[in-house]
Design a binder for this molecule. Structure first.
Ligand code: S3P
Length: 180
């Protein structure tokens, strides 16, 4: 049913990319691949440890390499990290190599979902809300640029969001549409 090579999830931290992605992958018989998880497996270091030792720039370099490697393959549901869209080459690849779903979430919901998470280095700060608002302002145009479809996940459980996406993807794919 899916005319695209891969199904690629983009969106900010806490939007539900992993939880929804696993369910969607199962629903469509796609292999679930989490780019952050691939980085951890490849480097043998957690994301916070990587940020500590090679900085955000070093992390982004590994993210770029792994994303390019993963997107050579097909038949996958690829869950990307929230900052993957910062890099123009990543954005081009994401558009070229799959049908792109942007999972949206408000800053209030992000704070509830990942505000206390220790595994996200960018949130290990006093003012998480401000950081999340700044990231959102900077990245929203980038998500918009690559998205074929978007869904607000604030009021949806992962199962509800998955059901909504299955319906909307079926409609879009039947019409052969690409843009959101
Ligand atoms: C980041 C998001 C994280 C992870 C890293 C940086 C970001 O992924 O890649 O901590 O820049 O927004 P999730 O979006 O899966 O939390």
């Amino acid at each position: 049913m899916n005319p695209a090579t891969n199904l690629i999830l983009i969106g900010p931290m806490g939007a539900g990319k992993s939880s929804i992605g696993k369910r969607l992958a199962e629903r469509f018989g796609l292999r679930f691949v989490d780019v952050d998880q691939a980085i951890v497996e490849r480097t043998g270091a957690t994301i916070p440890v990587l940020f500590e030792h090679v900085g955000e720039a070093g992390f982004r370099q590994r993210e770029r390499e792994l994303l390019a490697e993963i997107l050579q393959d097909e038949g996958q549901l690829v869950s990307t990290g929230g900052g993957a869209v910062i890099d123009p080459d990543n954005r081009r690849l994401i558009r070229e190599r799959g049908f792109v779903v942007w999972l949206q979430v408000s800053v209030d919901s992000q704070l509830k979902r990942v505000g206390r998470d220790r595994n996200r280095p960018l949130l290990q700060t006093e003012n998480r809300e401000q950081v999340l608002r700044e990231l959102s302002a900077a990245r929203e145009p980038l998500y918009r640029e690559v998205a074929d479809l978007s869904l607000e996940t604030d009021d949806l459980s992962p199962t509800e969001a998955t059901c909504a996406l299955v319906g909307r993807l079926a409609v879009q794919w039947q019409r052969g549409e690409r843009a959101a």
